[in-house]
Design a protein around this ligand. Structure first.
Ligand code: NAG
Ligand code: NAG
Ligand code: NAG
Length: 411
């Protein structure tokens, strides 16, 4: 390849492109005592100040074969491989979905948010409990860098078992990354909370008019929307990636599979009633708003506690638990029917400027690793999830999720 000075820039671009493709097709792999580590890069996404990228990437690089996933970590990096701090690129969330795709069908690389054609693709949901949302296997947000995800001991998340893949289909993985470039924005926390007025948005990503009492949330910060930037601010266009690190081991009979559950504090649960032919339904709204407390209440007493009671379809031993909250969150606890604490997960706020310690952001969530067998959920047990936020000021589009790994105690 000859790079004349005139073509130098485009040549550089082509060279970069080649390097990128190589790095994503040839992940860094290592193997330590049978635990393999693979580091992958997502397709690149490009952001300018104020802009949002919310894209689905089909058929991402992922460990293949019948394996047990032992951990899944991720972070946003720039072209040079440097971690990007949250106050520049706010990682609203990333999620990884497992699906079965009919062999031979061609799918566009970017599926947008249109979902899947059900005859060609079937999402392999986690074990519950929401009906339509939160079907992912893995996913976190701003807390990604400092949240433990390892699956301990003999346990693992089983994937790639040929016996579970329907004939004529293959197992694949989809990644969704939702990131907001907040360099130079007028109101950083307003932009990260996706306040509709700051995005100057009145219709959602599907063109539907938003209700007048909808102040913010995912409906206002979809792909290509822009949050208000200070006049005169100029920032360069950036090419970014989600770098994800997966640890896994080859499957064998000694591994104990765990089920993934994601509970949502906004879940509206319709309990089953066989006598009336009503089946169990879980309508999860995922986001909710926290109104500010009354004037005159001391800040420390301004706590908004939201709770929900649900039960899991199976019983078992809790192996791991972690909550997901947005800035303003003060902790979340899952209780058993008798009031015992199953797991409490608390946010860790950053205190500096560097990636992983950004002041004002949740940079990690504490996790629970009960010793196996000590925390059990029994059949049909009613669990109560509580998600607390500071209501010293109003918060829009917050979340209260709880991710649980449960080993079936009957097997
Ligand atoms: C889905 O796939 C089926 C079978 O391949 C096809 O007939 C149908 O038109 C597709 N639907 C959409 C919405 O693309
Ligand atoms: C907001 O959107 C409206 C209609 O799309 C447009 O006329 C107006 O200039 C926008 N305001 C700002 C501040 O961008
Ligand atoms: C949530 O707030 C309630 C009421 O203020 C309090 O009793 C509870 O301990 C809090 N839980 C957590 C996990 O912070």
């Amino acid at each position: 390849m000859v790079c004349t000075s005139y073509w130098w820039l485009s040549c550089l671009a082509i060279l970069l492109l080649i390097t990128e493709v190589k790095s994503s097709k040839h992940p860094q792999l290592s193997n330590e005592n049978g635990v393999k580590t693979a580091v992958f890069l997502s397709p690149k996404f490009v952001l300018k100040p104020g802009y949002v990228s919310n894209k689905d990437y089909n058929d991402i690089d992922f460990p293949r074969g019948h394996v047990a996933i032992k951990s899944f970590n991720a972070e946003v990096i720039d072209e040079a491989g440097n971690p990007v701090p949250l106050h520049e690129t706010y990682l609203h969330h990333w999620v990884v979905l497992r699906y079965h795709q009919r062999k031979g069908v061609d799918i566009p690389k970017y599926h947008g948010n249109k979902g899947f054609n059900e005859s060609d693709y079937a999402i392999v949901r986690n074990s519950g409990v929401c009906d339509q949302d939160l079907l992912q296997y893995f996913g976190l947000g701003s807390e990604t860098r400092k949240t433990a995800t390892h699956v301990p001991g003999p346990y693992g998340i089983e994937i790639g078992n040929q016996a579970e893949i329907p004939d004529g289909y293959e197992e694949k993985w989809m990644l969704n990354v939702h990131a907001i470039d907040t360099r130079g924005v007028l109101d950083r926390s307003g932009c990260t909370e996706c306040r509709c007025d700051l995005y100057n948005v009145t219709v959602d990503g599907n063109g539907r008019v938003l209700p007048s009492d909808y102040y913010g949330g995912l409906g206002c910060c979809y792909d290509k929307t822009k949050c208000m930037v200070n006049k005169g601010f100029h920032g360069v266009k950036r090419r970014l990636y989600l770098r994800y690190t997966v640890k896994y081991i080859d499957w064998d009979a000694s591994i104990v599979p765990v089920k993934i559950y994601i509970l949502d504090v906004t879940d509206v649960w319709t309990r089953p009633d066989d006598s009336r032919g009503v089946r169990s339904r879980h309508s999860c709204r995922v986001e909710y708003d926290v109104e500010s407390c009354d004037i005159g209440v001391a800040n420390d007493d301004c706590i908004h506690a939201k709770r929900v009671s649900v039960s899991l379809p199976t019983s078992g031993d809790v192996i791991y638990g972690v909550a997901h909250q947005h800035a303003g969150g003060t902790g979340s606890t899952l209780y058993g029917e008798d009031g015992r604490v199953i797991c409490s997960s608390n946010p860790v706020y950053g205190e500096g400027k560097e990636a992983g310690n950004e002041a004002g952001y949740i940079v990690g969530m504490s996790t629970c690793y009960p010793s196996p067998g000590t925390v059990k959920i029994s059949d049909g047990e009613l669990l109560t999830l509580v998600s607390n936020y500071s209501s010293a000021r109003r918060h829009i589009g917050v979340m209260g999720l709880f991710y649980l790994l449960v080993a079936d105690s009957s097997t």
